[in-house]
Design a protein around this ligand. Sequence first.
Ligand code: UD1
Ligand code: UDP
Length: 385
Amino acid sequence: MQNKKLLNIVGARPQIIKASAISRVLRKDYINSVDEIILHTGQHYDRTLSEVFFEELEIPKPDYNLGVGSARHGKQTASMITGIEEVILKEQPDAVIIYGDTNSTLAAGIAASKLKIPVAHIEAGLRSFRKEMPEEINRLLSDHISTLLFAPTDAALKNLIKEGIRPDASPPFTIDNPKIFLSGDIMYDNSLFFADLAEKKINGFLKKLNAEPGNYILATIHRQKNTDIIERLETILQSLIELSVEHNILLVLPLHPRTVHVLEKENPELLNRLRKASSVKLLPPVTYLEMILLEKNAAIICTDSGGVQKEAHFFRRPCLVLRSETEWIELVKNGTALLVDAEKDRIKEGYINMMNVRGLSYPGFYGNGKAAEFMVEEVMALMLQ
Ligand code: UD1
Ligand code: UDP
């Protein structure tokens, strides 16, 4: 039998990390039955947001890189759709995999579904219920043009059912008869797979930063709302600096270039303060293994990232979410993540509460660490139906 052709589409940092889990399974178990084609839209292009992950996570080099770069949402998404359409027409894949909620996700979903290629959406059903967030629009639209929807959590599955996707569809699955699965979370697979490797490969990393295990705050900030509204960014950063000084604890801050660019333009004094403060370690984006190591050993994690919130949970660390809502509501219900928005009082009180609370538990909300295996099996069944 001829090999099936699977197009794996990525564009932004978290998608490359997610795709590594699928690619690993394909190379391990399907090498003689599936030809994997990797398409990178080029949404992220800095080495620290893209290439570094291909190398470190040993993902094959993309077969295509569209090099779309940064632009306004419409322009960026449109050039991705144009480029992806051409690749699909040339390659004629049997299915396309898309990840998460970025503009690359949406563009790939639109290009593939219009060409009648079935789409499998990994991380389906997540909702913030705020359409002011570009990712919410990407999620809603991507889910409703997908044929297989892999929901990582109960909450995500319920959201899809509420939106009218039947939970009991039977094959053959199509865009009009989509199938939803409670699949577990592919990021959990990766955390398990890479955690020990991270320790072994880079155990000198924390020392180099003068970061004492269990005694630093790890923070990331990149969400559009937290960077475009400069007052929010200033409040978050000032609160974090104050926390580090008042509690005599190091703040480790690997910053997304988006956030650095905004500070360079809007508040270079604050950026300078971050660079110079002895209680702050300002870093460029770190590699995935470095990030895992930082997460595992942090006292607490403050973030507006989706992936980092979950990783805090995987590594049993309390988390302050620098947003007013989250898609990962089980973390908030469980008390291991606290929504503090961009409000100084809430950030500072949240820190004290989370650092002093005892007996937090970290239940297994995100599957058994074998989500990628399950997903590839179902995608294979789809391609064979
Ligand atoms: C994107 C996703 C977001 C995801 C994040 C992961 C959308 C709408 N947003 O946000 O959901 O959480 O990726 O990190 O798809 N930039 C660089 N170098 C790069 C890429 C970007 O400097 O390699 C800067 C540019 O100034 C650019 C800005 O970051 O304008 C924003 O980049 P963009 O890809 O539009 O969104 P992200 O904030 O990265
Ligand atoms: N990450 C990383 N280096 C960093 C910051 C984040 O490797 O400097 C990883 C992090 O461990 C997680 C993923 O990137 O696996 C999350 O991506 P991001 O925060 O960019 O996007 P989101 O998850 O919010 O879409």
